[in-house]
Design a protein around this ligand. Structure first.
Ligand SMILES: *[C@@H]1O[C@H](CO)[C@@H](O)[C@H](O)[C@H]1NC(C)=O
Ligand SMILES: *[C@@H]1O[C@H](CO)[C@@H](O)[C@H](O)[C@H]1NC(C)=O
Ligand SMILES: *[C@@H]1O[C@H](CO)[C@@H](O)[C@H](O)[C@H]1NC(C)=O
Ligand SMILES: *[C@@H]1O[C@H](CO)[C@@H](O)[C@H](O)[C@H]1NC(C)=O
Ligand SMILES: *[C@@H]1O[C@H](CO)[C@@H](O)[C@H](O)[C@H]1NC(C)=O
Ligand SMILES: *[C@@H]1O[C@H](CO)[C@@H](O)[C@H](O)[C@H]1NC(C)=O
Ligand SMILES: *[C@@H]1O[C@H](CO)[C@@H](O)[C@H](O)[C@H]1NC(C)=O
Length: 630
């Protein structure tokens, strides 16, 4: 009894401790790994890493992979994007918590010899271009991926691949790994406005190239790849390594793995300085991080002192690792920012008299200024336009319309507004593109359009009246489509209009007077080849327009007229019947008259004067009737 009660108290106490420890521990960082083209989730050795299946993120074609480098994760599939699907293709990953991320993309080769083996393409994250593959990348292991650190703040990660006309982009994997909020803080420029693109990350001295997980690194550092180099200048430097644990590693905010500092490259008595030369893109700013630990025989302050020069300029003077890190086997990290105008970046460690230089690791990042995207309302309007016009796949309207600036959507013109720090659309040039569908009224949400050309397509339905609110519009060419209905009156509000081509459609009705009026202002209009348009010179005149009251009036009038006509017809018919009857009678009299004449000839004066008188009276009456009728 006593025992069981004591046990209970103990177990409560233990579970309390457990809850306390887990709640005070940092939550695990967000990590999303996608195995592109995979139909099932995949786990890979040696760390049993989970890769999510590739489901409904994007278009493209799944295929079997040829991995160009041993660094690429051991995945079997990729996804590639043929140009027929358009030049811009994106993975859109939702529900990404707001935070600081390391995003990494591994490239592959489609396992089919008929397809160009080394595609060259550009990569952007959230509209900022972070990488451009260079010819020959498949021959350099560490160029098999692109990596950048940035803040994701809108709950999504949009990663886009931009074709450059050299083969189809082919992607093996995407990783979105949360890192410390303050990692790689390099100075006031650092923050949401900048991206750090990994140029190189090398571990110096003996040892294999490794990922952070292989080093047993803290997940909050992201899963960094450290490319091993054993010498800067073979023959004039040496390797060093130790089994000792290095102090002050795996610390916030960068969580460098301990193993990184257990190896180093060191100068020699004959050649005490060290020099690392690398190729870089010119005219960029770079953030450079240098790692040191005293793992050699030096134990006293002042025994190893060196300056650090970048492209010949001294950036750190009199570096003494023991002094700065506090001890031997203790890590020291230095960072600096440099602007590089040429194509090489040279890091020189120049020891003072009697010293020899040593270094454990080097990281170089390009500092990229984040592109400001297109105004959200305009993006939505373009998406609704894409749908309504049934834009063919080859247009590739994916990602942001205006950025990266190197890869805007085809058929649109962009303009940067430095006040609002956004891009807006000022032109739509989609003439002769085989478009179907209709023009949505949402087009008016593109409030900065100066130029719309949708000529020579097969667009149907009405011209949206909302176009009249796009006041900057100067050129509106909707010619040679199947627009029907009437021209909206609202187009008369477009006072900047210089050219309006509506010819070659199925438009009907009167050309709005306001447009007719603008003819005077020197704008050029074309309304021809619309069977039903009327009302301006060159077009048929319009049948007068009648109000419903007028219509009732006219209807009433027509009825009266019809009644009158009917009455007249009846009268006329009756009269005619009378005439006919009278003519018949007259005919009889004429016959009688002839007979009488004959009687006169043959019988002479033998007949009585009474008969004569009666006969002639009736004949006169018939003649009278005849005169009135004619
Ligand atoms: C990919 O490889 C698997 C076996 O490894 C094979 O069954 C499948 O047909 C391949 N797919 C393609 C598209 O070649
Ligand atoms: C990088 O260097 C700057 C000064 O140049 C310093 O303010 C900053 O704390 C350093 N970053 C880290 C993470 O040590
Ligand atoms: C480099 O940084 C400076 C400010 O430190 C800035 O004026 C310049 O525009 C940057 N250069 C590039 C290419 O980003
Ligand atoms: C830029 O944006 C601001 C604020 O939205 C606006 O007031 C201004 O007119 C715009 N400038 C141009 C040139 O469109
Ligand atoms: C509109 O596009 C068509 C076809 O591309 C072109 O022929 C026409 O000249 C363009 N219209 C204007 C006003 O530029
Ligand atoms: C315009 O054409 C569509 C079919 O393309 C038709 O449904 C609609 O009734 C037409 N509108 C007018 C006013 O003729
Ligand atoms: C108007 O368009 C028709 C074709 O629909 C063309 O023949 C004519 O030359 C154009 N008129 C003007 C003034 O451009």
């Amino acid at each position: 009894m006593m025992l069981s009660k004591r046990f209970q108290i103990w177990s409560w106490f233990l579970s309390f401790l457990f809850v306390l420890s887990t709640s005070s521990a940092r939550p695990k960082p967000y990590a999303m790994r996608i195995s592109c083209g995979a139909r099932q989730n995949v786990h890979t050795a040696p760390t049993n890493t989970l890769w999510h299946k590739d489901f409904a993120y994007t278009g493209g074609i799944p295929f079997n992979v040829t991995r160009p480098s041993y660094i690429t994760p051991p995945l079997e599939t990729l996804r590639y994007f043929p140009l027929s699907e358009g030049p811009n293709n994106c993975y859109n990953i939702n529900r990404v918590p707001k935070g600081h991320y390391s995003v990494r993309i591994f490239f592959g080769l489609v396992a089919q010899p008929t397809i160009d083996n080394e595609p060259l393409f550009d990569i952007s994250i959230e509209g900022s271009q972070i990488n451009s593959l260079k010819a020959g990348w498949t021959k350099h292991d560490e160029q098999a991926f692109a990596e950048a650190m940035l803040f994701l703040t809108d709950g999504t990660a949009s990663i886009c691949f931009h074709s450059t006309g050299h083969g189809d982009p082919a992607i093996i994997s995407l990783e979105i790994l949360q890192v410390d909020e303050n990692s790689y803080y390099f100075g006031p420029q650092w923050g949401q406005g900048t991206i750090l693109r990994t140029v190189t990350r090398v571990t110096c001295g003996t040892g294999k190239s490794k990922f952070g997980v292989d080093y047993g690194g803290d997940p909050w550092g992201g899963d960094r790849f450290w490319h091993a180099i054993s010498s800067f200048r073979p023959g004039s430097d040496e390797e060093r390594s130790t089994e000792e644990t290095i102090k002050h590693t795996s610390l916030s905010p960068n969580y460098y793995p301990n193993g990184l500092y257990r190896t180093a490259i060191i100068g020699t008595e004959k050649q005490p300085d060290l020099e690392h030369i690398m190729d870089v893109d010119p005219n960029k700013n770079y953030s450079i991080w240098l790692h040191f630990a005293e793992i050699d025989s030096v134990r006293e302050v002042g025994q190893r002192v060196f300056d650090i020069l970048i492209n010949g300029d001294t950036v750190f003077q009199g570096i003494d690792i023991i002094k700065l890190s506090g001890d031997g086997y203790s890590s020291l990290v230095l960072n600096t920012t440099v602007a590089v105008s040429g194509r090489t970046l040279t890091i020189t460690l120049q020891p003072k008299e009697g010293s020899i230089a040593i270094i454990s690791a080097i990281e170089v990042f390009e500092i990229i200024t984040v592109e400001s995207g297109t105004s959200r309302d305009e993006v939505r309007a373009l998406q609704s336009l894409k749908k309504a016009l049934a834009l063919p796949l080859r247009f590739g309207w994916n990602g942001d319309p205006c950025v990266p600036q190197q890869h805007p959507w085809s058929g649109i013109d962009c303009q940067y507004n430095s006040t609002s720090n956004t891009w807006v659309i000022d032109g739509l040039g989609l003439g002769n593109q085989g478009l179907r569908g209709f023009l949505p009224k949402d087009i008016s949400k593109l409030q900065h359009l100066q130029n719309i050309n949708l000529s020579e397509n097969s667009i149907r339905g009405p011209i949206p009246a909302s176009l009249g609110s796009v006041t900057p519009l100067q050129i509106l060419d909707l010619s040679f489509n199947f627009f029907n209905g009437s021209i909206p009156e609202s187009l008369g509000q477009l006072t900047s209009l210089r050219r309006l081509n509506l010819n070659g459609n199925d438009l009907t009705g009167r050309v709005p007077a306001a447009l007719g009026g603008q003819l005077l202002h020197g704008a050029s209009f074309n309304f021809t080849d619309n069977s039903g348009l009327c009302g301006i010179p060159g077009l048929p005149s319009c049948v007068p327009h009648l109000s419903s009251g007028a219509k009732v009036g006219i209807g009433f009038g027509v009825c009266i007229a019809f009644l009158l006509l009917a009455v007249c017809s009846v009268c006329w018919w009756k009269r005619r019947q009378n005439i006919l009857r009278a003519q018949q009678i007259a005919g009889k009299f004429i016959y009688l008259l002839t007979l009488t004449s004959m009687l006169q000839i043959f019988k002479g004066l033998f007949q009585s004067t009474q008969i004569h008188t009666k006969m002639f009276t009736q004949l006169g009456m018939a003649e009278k009737w005849h005169l009135t009728l004619n």
